[in-house]
Design a protein around this ligand. Sequence first.
Ligand SMILES: NC(=O)c1ccc[n+]([C@@H]2O[C@H](COP(=O)([O-])OP(=O)(O)OC[C@H]3O[C@@H](n4cnc5c(N)ncnc54)[C@H](OP(=O)(O)O)[C@@H]3O)[C@@H](O)[C@H]2O)c1
Length: 369
Amino acid sequence: MSLYCTKLFRIQNPLLSLIQITSFSLPLIRASTLTTRASLSSQSNMVKAIRVHQLGGPQVLKWEDVEIGEPKEGEVRVKNKAIGINFIDVYFRKGVYKAPSLPFTPGMEAVGVVTAVGAGLTGRQVGDLVAYAGQPMGSYAEEQILPANKVVPVPPSIDPVIAASVMLKGMTAQFLLRRCFKVEPGHTILVHAAAGGVGSLLCQWGNALGATVIGTVSSKEKAGQAKEDGCHHTIIYTEDDFVTRVNEITSGNGVDVVYDSVGKDTFEGSLACLKLRGYMVSFGQSSGSPDPIPLSAIATKSLFLTRPTLMQYVVTRDELLEAAGELFANVASGVLKVRVNHTYPLSEAAKAHEDLEGRKTSGSAVLIP
Ligand SMILES: NC(=O)c1ccc[n+]([C@@H]2O[C@H](COP(=O)([O-])OP(=O)(O)OC[C@H]3O[C@@H](n4cnc5c(N)ncnc54)[C@H](OP(=O)(O)O)[C@@H]3O)[C@@H](O)[C@H]2O)c1
C-alpha cells in the first residue's frame, strides 16, 4: 500500500502550536488521574507483542501474549496506533547491538493514545495522542509502558500513522542536518540510500535548506523517488562508481558533507568524495560496520569524522521537544512529505524485516496493531 502524504492541514505556526500544546498540558488536573485509575482497573494486563527469544533472522520475531504492568510514578501506559520500523530494529534482532536481556520486545518508535498514567504524574492525561522514539525499546506491542518524559504530544494536524513513521527518522534527519553538520545554502551534500526512510527526509530537508543534494540509490525506481524528494543528482551506486560520479558532478571539488548510513560498502568511497575540511558523518551500517581506518586517512584532507546517534542529541527534555517540534512543523507545513510506502499488520513484523533487509522498501514502513 502506498500512502503519499503531503500537507494534511496547514496551520499558521505549527511550531508555536506544538509548544502551546506542550505547555498547556503541564498543569494537569487531578480529575484525569482519577479517570486513569478507573480506566486502569478495567484494562487487561495481557497484550499481544512481538518477542525475540534468540537472536537471528526475521523468523525469530514471534507473535505472543505478554504481560505489561501498570504505569508507575513517572510512567504512562500507551495503546499504540502505529509503530515505525527502523533499521536499528534489525541490528538488535541480529545482535549487532546488544539488547539488555532475552527475551525482548523490539521497536523504538510508535504513536498511541495514553490509557493510564502513573500515580502523581502531571503533564500527561488519559486520551492524549503521543509519540515516542528511541529508548526504551519495546514498541512492537499493542500496548506499552513508557516514561512520561520520553513522549511528546502529536499535533492534531498530523495523522498518527504519519507521525509514527517519521518520529525517529525525522528527528534523525533534524539533528544530522541542523546540529551535527549545519547545512546552509551553497553547500553540496551527499546522501547514501537516498530513497530510504531517513534518506528520503534528508534529501527533502537538505534541498529546503538550500543545499545541492546528491543521492545514491540501488535502482532506477528509487532514483525516481529521490529526484521527487529534491535530489539534484542521483547515482545508482550498484551500477556506477559513486566516487567518480561525485567527482564529475562537483567538478573535482568534492562535497561539504557525506551522510553515510550504508557503512561497510561506502565508507572509504565517502571519504574520497569529501572536499578539504569536509565532514564525514557515519550514522549507520546497513551493509555492515565499516572497516577500521588509520588516522592518516582523514589527515590528508583535514577531514572531520563523527559517528553520531540520535539518543545523544535528544538527551534533555528541551532537546527532545525542540527536535520533535521542528520536525512536526516541517511535516505540517509540507516541507517534508512523509512517504509511508509500506504497512504491515504488527503480527507480520517478520515479513517487514525481510523486506527492509532485502532492500525492497523505500520511504517509511509501519506496523499496525
Ligand atoms: N545514528 C542514528 O541515530 C540513526 C538513526 C536512525 C537511522 N540510522 C541509520 O540510518 C540507516 C537508514 O535507516 P532506515 O530505517 O531509514 O532504513 P532504510 O534507509 O529505509 O533502509 C536501508 C537502506 O540501505 C540501503 N542499503 C545499502 N546496502 C544495503 C545492504 N547491504 N543491506 C540492506 N540495505 C542496504 C538500501 O537502499 P538502496 O537499495 O537504495 O541501496 C536500503 O533500502 C540505517 O543504517 C540506520 O541504522 C541511524
